[in-house]
Structures are given as structure tokens and as C-alpha cells.
Ligand binder design. Structure first.
Ligand code: HEM
Ligand code: HEM
Length: 152
């Protein structure tokens, strides 16, 4: 269940992939007409679910031991990866919290949108960095449980 030196445990893997899916769905659901019941369930309730999963990810990040950094990378890329992980969790938390605030008070819509744009940028960097490493250097998706892309 817990992390080893080179693989995330089953709990952080579960939290990561469910939250990744939720964030993608919440992002797409922001385009639904906001007066409809679908926006309420699609955007707000899934958004609240991402808040719960993000909080769980943050707690797990501090409680469990860290994996060894990915090998064969210059120091600046190791630092960039570390900060991408911290910021993506922090901004995901702030987007969802500001969404609840917006829902309750009808204020700071621009702030909510700005944060969500920041989250998308971090997400794109995260996914681009993951695939760049996977196809030029070696295993990173396998550390998060996706093994079929690795050559035997
Ligand atoms: C579908 C898109 C995604 C892919 C392909 C992906 C891929 C990965 C991979 C391969 C790792 C392991 C890196 C390593 O080898 O150490 C990782 C870690 C991580 N990902 Fe993602 N990810 C995705 C979406 C997300 C999203 C939406 C979030 C937002 C919360 C996120 C947050 C994180 C965090 C915080 C870590 C580090 C976990 C830790 O150190 O405890 N990922 N991701
Ligand atoms: C990762 C989580 C979230 C993301 C990425 C996100 C993204 C967005 C985006 C991009 C918009 C702008 C839509 C537009 O007007 O074009 C928006 C609007 C909004 N969001 Fe979120 N959101 C998230 C979570 C939440 C949560 C948790 C709530 C409330 C429980 C919420 C409530 C709202 C509301 C009330 C609006 C305003 C709709 C309107 O009046 O136009 N959001 N969100």
C-alpha cells in the first residue's frame, strides 16, 4: 500500500488516477450552461470530489516516504519536477476551494478562472514532462502503476 524506493503504493496510485480523471472532467464541465442541473452535478459536485481527493493526496505526500528521484536527469529538471508536483496539488486545492467560495458568495469568479488556467498549464507541463521522460529516458509511468508501455 505504501511507497517503495521506485514505485508509488496502491493508495497514492488510486488517489492520483482518480483525481486526474476528476480534474479533467471538472475542467470540461466548466463549459456547461451554469443554470442547468448538469452544471450543479457535473461541475460543482465533481469539483468538490477533486477537493477531497487533492487533500488526501497532499496528506499522503507528507506522510509517506519519498521515492528516489528519477535517474539520469540534470539537477534543474529534478527541481522542476519537484515544484510541478507541489504546485499542481496546491493550485488544484485553491481552484476547488475558490469554486466553493464562488458558489456560496457569487464573488471572485475571475480569480477562480485564473487559478483554473494556472492548473491547466501545470497539468500540461506535468503530462508533457511525463511523456518526454517515458519515451527518451525510461520508466516513469510504471512508478505510477502503468506498465504496458515499458519494453520487457
Ligand atoms: C492524465 C494525466 C496524468 C499523467 C499521465 C500523470 C503521470 C504521472 C506520473 C507518471 C507520475 C510519477 C512521476 C515519477 O515517476 O515520480 C506522477 C506523479 C504525480 N502526479 Fe500525475 N499524471 C497525470 C495527472 C495528474 C493530475 C491531474 C494531478 C493533479 C493533482 C497530478 C499530480 C501528481 C502528483 C502530485 C505527483 C507526485 C506524487 C507524489 O510524489 O506523491 N497528476 N504523475
Ligand atoms: C479543479 C476544480 C475546478 C476547475 C478546474 C474549475 C474551473 C472553472 C472554470 C474554467 C470556470 C469558468 C467557466 C466560464 O464561465 O467559462 C468555472 C466557473 C465556475 N465554477 Fe469552477 N472549477 C473547479 C471547481 C469548482 C468547484 C468545487 C465549485 C463549487 C462547488 C465551482 C463552481 C463554479 C461556479 C459557481 C462557476 C461560475 C459559473 C458562472 O456563473 O459562469 N468550481 N470553474
Amino acid at each position: 500500500m505504501k511507497n517503495s524506493a521506485n514505485t508509488y503504493g496502491s493508495i497514492p496510485r488510486f488517489l492520483h488516477w482518480v483525481n486526474a480523471l476528476l480534474i479533467i472532467l471538472v475542467w470540461f464541465s466548466s463549459n456547461i450552461d451554469d443554470d442547468s442541473i448538469l452544471f450543479y452535478w457535473g461541475h460543482m459536485m465533481l469539483g468538490i470530489a477533486t477537493l477531497v481527493f487533492t487533500l488526501a493526496q497532499i496528506i499522503w505526500f507528507f506522510v509517506d516516504k519519498k521515492l528516489d528521484p528519477l535517474p539520469d536527469l540534470p539537477k534543474w529538471r529534478k527541481i522542476a519536477i519537484h515544484w510541478n508536483h507541489i504546485l499542481i496539488m496546491l493550485i488544484a486545492f485553491l481552484v476547488a476551494a475558490s469554486g466553493i467560495f464562488l458558489w456560496q458568495t457569487d464573488q471572485f469568479e475571475d480569480f477562480h478562472e485564473l487559478l483554473s488556467t494556472g492548473l491547466v498549464l501545470l497539468f500540461l507541463m506535468h503530462v508533457a514532462g511525463t511523456f518526454l521522460y517515458q519515451f527518451t529516458k525510461g520508466k516513469t509511468l510504471a512508478r505510477m502503476g502503468i506498465k504496458f508501455l515499458d519494453k520487457k
